[in-house]
Design a protein around this ligand. Structure first.
Ligand code: NAP
Length: 256
C-alpha cells in the first residue's frame, strides 16, 4: 500500500463481513474518505464487486475468529503495515454466532467453548491487539461491539448467547473505565450496541430452533417486522459518526 492511499482516511476494521449485518455494514461504510479491513471465514463475491466499483479501498481477509490468539496476531500484523496515521480508526466487532440453542442442562463443552471463543474471547483479544497496535497513530479510536437485547435480559434456551453478549457488554464498560483518564492521543471510546431483530441468516437459524419463545421470532418474520440488514447498517454507520459516541456505553439502535 502507498502512503497516499492511507493518509487521512478513516480506517474501519469490520468482523463478520461475509453476510448478514456485517456485509451490510461494510457496504454502508463504502464512502469516500473511508478505508476498510474486512474479515470472515468466507468470501462474498457480490460485496467485493460492489466495493471495488465504489473506489473505496477495501481488503478482505479470511480468518477463523473462533481462535482468539491467531485472530489477535492477525489484526496486529494488519495494523502494523498501515504506513500513514489514519484520521480515525474504528474496530467493529460484529462476527458472532447464536448456537448452541437449548436448555442449560444440555450445554456441552464441544459447542459452548467455540461459541464463547467466537462471541467473547476473540473480541477481547482483538481489542487488545487493536489498542496495542493503533496507539502509534495518535488518532481518535472507537470500538463498536455488536451486542444484543439478549445481553440484557435472558431468553430461555439462549444461555450461551446471553452470557457471551453480557460478557461483551461488561468488557466494553471495562475498556471505557480503563481509558477514562487517558490523554487525548491515547483515548478510546467503546460502545456495545444492540442492533434490534435483523433479517439475517442468524434469524433463520433462530426460527428453525426449538426453544420457548421461538414462535415470537417466527411471527416477527411472518408479519414482516424484522429490520433489514441494510437499514440497520445505515443507522449504525450514522451512529458511529455521532460526536457523543461513547457517552452511552450500552446502547440499542432502536433507542436512537
Ligand atoms: N440478526 C439479529 O437479529 C441480531 C440481533 C442481535 C444481535 N445480533 C448480532 O449481530 C451480529 C451479526 O449477526 P448476523 O445476524 O449478521 O449473523 P449472521 O448472518 O449469522 O452472520 C454472522 C457473520 O459472522 C461471521 N462469523 C461467524 N463465526 C465466525 C468465525 N468463527 N470466524 C469468522 N467470522 C465468523 C460470519 O462469517 P463466516 O461464516 O463467513 O465466517 C458472518 O459473516 C452478531 O454479533 C449477532 O450476535 C444479530
Amino acid at each position: 500500500m502507498t502512503a497516499a492511499s492511507t493518509a487521512a482516511t478513516h480506517l474501519f476494521i469490520v468482523t463478520g463481513t461475509s453476510r448478514g449485518l456485517g456485509a451490510a455494514l461494510a457496504q454502508a461504510l463504502l464512502k469516500p474518505g473511508n478505508r476498510l479491513i474486512c474479515v470472515a471465514r468466507s468470501r462474498n463475491p457480490e460485496l467485493e464487486r460492489i466495493a471495488s466499483a465504489s473506489g473505496v479501498k477495501v481488503v478482505w481477509h479470511l480468518q477463523d475468529l473462533s481462535q482468539p490468539g491467531p485472530a489477535a496476531t492477525w489484526l496486529g500484523s494488519v495494523l502494523d503495515v498501515v504506513e500513514e496515521a489514519p484520521a480515525s480508526v474504528t474496530l467493529i466487532l460484529n462476527a458472532g454466532m447464536i448456537e448452541p440453542i437449548g436448555p442449560v442442562a444440555t450445554l456441552r463443552e464441544s459447542t459452548l467453548v467455540p461459541h464463547l471463543l467466537t462471541n467473547l474471547a476473540t473480541p477481547m483479544t482483538m481489542t487488545a491487539s487493536f489498542l496495542a497496535h493503533t496507539e502509534r497513530f495518535g488518532c481518535p479510536r472507537k470500538i463498536l461491539a455488536i451486542s444484543s437485547g439478549a445481553a440484557r435480559r435472558p431468553v430461555e434456551g439462549w444461555s450461551a448467547y446471553c452470557a457471551g453478549k453480557a460478557g461483551l457488554d461488561m468488557f466494553v464498560r471495562s475498556i471505557n473505565a480503563e481509558y477514562a483518564q487517558a490523554p487525548a492521543e491515547r483515548a478510546v471510546r467503546a460502545v456495545a450496541l444492540a442492533p434490534g431483530v435483523v433479517d439475517t441468516g442468524m434469524q433463520a437459524t433462530i426460527r428453525n430452533a426449538d426453544f420457548a419463545q421461538v414462535q415470537r421470532f417466527r411471527d416477527l418474520k411472518d408479519n414482516d417486522q424484522l429490520a433489514s440488514a441494510e437499514d440497520t447498517a445505515q443507522r449504525i454507520a450514522a451512529y458511529l459518526e455521532r460526536p457523543d459516541f461513547g457517552s452511552t456505553e450500552l446502547d440499542d439502535i432502536r433507542n436512537t
